[in-house]
Design a protein around this ligand. Structure first.
Ligand code: PAF
Length: 403
């Protein structure tokens, strides 16, 4: 593991790695590394990239009265862990090397940054965006890896990468949990042994939500309320929110279908904890875990499949704007199983109320997939012989076709 502390040394080290023909997988962290960070680094290696890590407790993302000063720090432990987890290069910026001055430019994604955690932490995601975009600019990685545990952060950085066309692939990596189900987090260090037991209520609340969906409940408000009630009854736990939303736009759908994020936040002792589960909810049958970014070759195939699907839609529905095509492709991303009726229903939902979010397409032949999706779209009347009339039904906020 090579350790660098300023941008010149970082640029030099990256140039050497690239000269040897390697791609770079960046894992931005705030240190106090645990197995969740290990999974991000391992995933970069699995994708054929050299795992490069940054460790920086970013003051821009902490509000007044938050835990910046006491955020756990352990440089020696982190470097040992980074080496163990297979990182080849670690950037630990000295002093103001990464953020020399308070940025004048503020990056805002208003809809994404005012929901869920942003209500309790105004300005947090602007601070995250400022430092992530800076790191992307300095490191220029091929891909950047973020944990699904920070679901809103993941949604924000995905959108940043897309809107700013930074040329970085954002990869979400599943949450790593302790054997008893507690999601790993550097902030778990704040918990006493008793509070740690109480903190299991977050995962239990999510299980309640999953149970309601398994029992056939499809109203987001009812699922959210069941999770909130569970948190409220748990000893030592002060609930902050419980939600059932789409994982990309983070808004409540009319009905739970396809890509779904159950998310909770609560205070336990002095720690503010968050947790979530990501599900693919088919029209019929049990929900399955949502796998947005399958590792290695499967991930590459899924990516190719999405591009192909977009191309097919562009060819067969040229009237539809690119944002609409993206919404369709996104809404169908990550499903463990893709069945015709569900595809039809999801597409109908996209047309009926705007983008849902994104889906994966396990193992299908790409041509067959494109045909299945297109057939499903036709039979759902999402786009047929009268695309402009149908597209006229797209609600506000989703681009109209170019007539
Ligand atoms: O997830 C984190 O640790 C931080 O929010 C990040 C992405 C490193 C930005 O400071």
């Amino acid at each position: 593991l090579r350790v660098v502390r300023d941008r010149r040394a970082l640029a030099q080290a990256l140039a050497e790695l690239r000269a040897a023909g390697n791609g770079i997988g960046l894992v931005p962290t705030m240190g106090y590394l645990h197995a969740g960070h290990g999974a991000l680094l391992a995933r970069a290696a699995e994708d054929g990239l050299l795992p490069v890590l940054s460790i920086f407790v970013n003051p821009l993302q902490f509000g007044a009265g938050e835990d910046f000063a006491r955020y756990p720090r352990d440089e020696a432990g982190d470097l040992a862990a980074a080496e163990r987890f297979g990182a080849v290069l670690a950037y630990l910026p000295d002093g103001d090397d990464l953020v020399p001055e308070r940025p004048e430019v503020v990056i805002r994604a208003p809809a994404l940054m005012r929901r869920l955690d942003a209500r309790a932490r105004p300005g947090h995601f602007e601070g995250v965006a400022a430092v992530v975009v800076r790191l992307w600019g300095i490191v220029r990685p091929d891909a950047a890896y973020f944990g699904e545990k920070d679901a809103q952060q993941l949604a924000v950085v995905r959108r940043l990468a897309r809107d700013l066309a930074v040329g970085v692939r954002v990869v979400g990596v599943p949450t790593v949990r302790d054997a008893d189900g507690l999601a790993l987090s550097s902030r778990n260090a704040y918990l006493s042994p008793g509070e740690r037991r109480q903190a299991l209520a977050l995962r239990a609340a999510l299980a309640v939500g999953e149970g309601r969906i398994a029992a056939g409940e499809r109203r987001p408000a009812a699922v959210a309320e069941a999770m909130r009630r569970h948190l409220a009854q748990a000893p030592g736990v002060t609930p902050e929110y419980a939600e059932a939303v789409g994982p990309d736009r983070l808004d409540r759908p009319r009905r739970i279908l396809g890509r779904t994020l159950l998310a909770v936040a609560a205070r336990v002792g002095t720690a503010r904890l968050i947790d979530n589960v990501r599900l693919w909810v088919p029209l019929d049958g049990p929900a399955t875990p949502l796998v947005d970014d399958p590792p290695g070759e499967a991930g590459r195939r899924a990516q190719v499949a999405r591009r192909r699907l977009e191309a097919v839609l562009a060819e067969r529905a040229p009237q539809a704007g690119v944002a609409w095509r993206r919404a369709v492709c996104d809404a169908l991303r990550g499903a463990a199983a893709l069945d015709g009726p569900t595809v039809r229903a999801v597409l109908a939902q996209v047309v009926g109320r705007g983008p849902l979010g994104t889906v994966r397409i396990g193992g299908r032949d790409l041509d067959e997939l494109a045909a299945v999706v297109w057939d499903a779209m036709r039979s759902a009347s999402a786009i047929s012989k009268e695309p402009s009339r149908k597209l006229g039904e797209i609600p506000k906020g989703v681009p109209r076709p170019q007539d």
